[in-house]
Design a protein around this ligand. Structure first.
Ligand code: FAD
Length: 421
């Protein structure tokens, strides 16, 4: 019985893709049902767009445990003192008013045969199409001496909210002339410029409040995003404060001791006053539980973000393995719109537009010194493929850098309105 239904849906999906014919998804149980797990940059956008554009033709349920979503984007600016934590917190109230059934709970399992999502609070939610956008989790044992039980002593602050506030408080409590250390993650990870923008924001705070303090970065990579721009900015604004130790200098050989507050880099032990450990990352747990991952990430088809494992399960944002796009909020939002359009087309026969994606990642190095990198992308049979890109130049004038920063402020207002209504 189950098998027949799956076969029927599979062939109907193929017909829908080629003829744009509406799919008989709702037959037998009313409207077609979309369940979205994770109300962040990917999931909130997808849920909102499907509900908005289908005008009530599709039942959309969003499962998200938190009532306030703190954006990781601009969370570094909270650490630098350019924003307060409240300004990066967003509720789901407008989404519910926009027709999304918001369930504040954890998804604890996916039964792909029964097409249901289990909830921590009990019960399950049925779906015709399932969209997973659970962000990242950390790879166990990635940094020797660190695990989630030590995250209060050595915060990651790579999921925003309490971790952001904790790291900021620890930086503010550093003694004069103290040492801040960061253990940077290996590729691929969420927000390639994120650790280096964070270092800039820590340096900005220390320059004004603790000017003899030092920053050490142990990095398993030989280079990183916007490398020349950050190196130039750090020399211009924070001369001598920042010591970046890449893999060529032993930065890939690190362990920490959260009890002793020490970091050991290539055998050399340093006592530190605040330590930000950003471990290697993998897709959010529910993507692994749904068995749509291969290794750390979930491979997807570029045309609609459906998984290689199951045409009715889609993965957006950081959890996906899609090709050339960086793991960013901008990317997740862009992928969500392509996915929402394709899912709506498959369920109601509405027009499906060719998949086009874009991304820009802004970073603030110091007051009004903003830089950016970005690109546009298209779907090929193999992956999301980069079409063309741009990056800020070293040596740019102060007016252009200020305009770039202001552009990022406008983008923040735009994307959060796009996500939450
Ligand atoms: C310091 C920092 C700075 C950044 N700066 C930028 C920037 O300037 N620009 C930019 O574009 N990007 C930036 N990013 C990256 C950006 O935040 C992420 O790439 C983006 O949030 C990814 O979106 P997502 O939907 O994949 O995951 P998220 O936005 O993290 O959303 C995942 C959601 O899923 C929920 N969830 C997880 N598991 C479950 C479950 N089992 N059940 C229900 N819900 C679940 C979580 O609670 C969370 O709300 C930054 C990241 C960091 C850490």
């Amino acid at each position: 019985m189950k098998l027949n239904r799956r076969l029927f849906l599979g062939s109907a999906a193929a017909a829908s893709a080629s003829l744009s014919a509406p799919m008989a998804m709702g037959a037998g149980h009313g409207k077609p049902r979309v369940v979205v797990v994770g109300g962040g940059a990917g999931g909130a956008t997808a849920a909102r767009y499907i509900a908005k554009d289908s005008k009530g033709e599709i039942d959309v349920t969003l499962i998200e445990p938190t009532r306030t979503y703190y954006t990781c984007f601009f969370s570094n600016l909270v650490i630098g003192g350019f924003r307060d934590i409240q300004s990066i917190g967003h509720s789901y109230g407008k989404m519910a008013a926009g027709g999304v059934n918001v369930v504040h709970d954890w998804a604890t399992g996916v039964d792909r045969d029964a097409k249901t999502v289990a909830l921590a609070g009990g019960g399950s939610v049925p779906y015709d199409k399932l969209i997973l956008s659970p962000g990242i989790d950390f790879v166990d044992g990635a940094v020797e001496g660190w695990d989630l039980s030590t995250q209060n002593a050595m915060p990651h602050a790579y999921k925003a909210g309490s971790q952001t506030e904790l790291l900021k408080a620890q930086i503010m409590a550093m003694p004069q002339g103290g040492t801040f250390a960061m253990v940077a993650p290996p590729n691929p990870f969420r927000c390639p410029p994120g650790p280096y923008e964070r270092v800039s924001m820590v340096a900005h705070y220390l320059k004004n409040n603790n000017p003899t303090a030092k920053i050490i970065i142990a990095d398993p990579k030989a280079k990183f995003s916007k490398f020349g721009l950050f190196q130039e900015g750090w020399a211009n604004h924070y001369g001598g404060m920042i010591d970046w130790i890449g893999s060529d200098f032993g930065g890939d050989n690190v362990s920490v001791d959260a009890g002793a507050m020490t970091v050991t880099i290539d055998g050399e032990v340093t006592k530190v006053d605040a330590c930000n450990v950003i471990p290697a990352m993998k897709a959010g747990k529910i993507a692994h539980d749904a068995d749509v991952t291969e290794g750390n990430w979930a491979p997807v088809n570029a045309i609609d973000m459906s998984t290689k494992a199951d045409a009715d399960v889609y993965v957006l944002g950081d959890s996906s393995s899609q090709g050339d796009m960086p793991k960013s909020g901008f990317s997740a939002n862009s992928q969500a719109k392509v996915c929402a359009n394709a899912v709506r087309g498959a369920l109601t026969g509405s027009k499906v537009f060719p998949a086009k994606f874009s991304n820009t990642c802004w970073s603030l190095i110091d007051t009004n010194d903003g830089v950016k990198v970005g690109a546009s992308y298209e779907a090929t049979d193999e992956k999301i493929a980069k079409v063309d890109g741009f990056i800020s130049a070293t040596g740019e004038g102060a007016d252009l850098r200020k305009a770039t920063y202001e552009e990022s402020v406008g983008w923040y207002a735009g994307i959060t309105a796009d996500m939450f209504g």
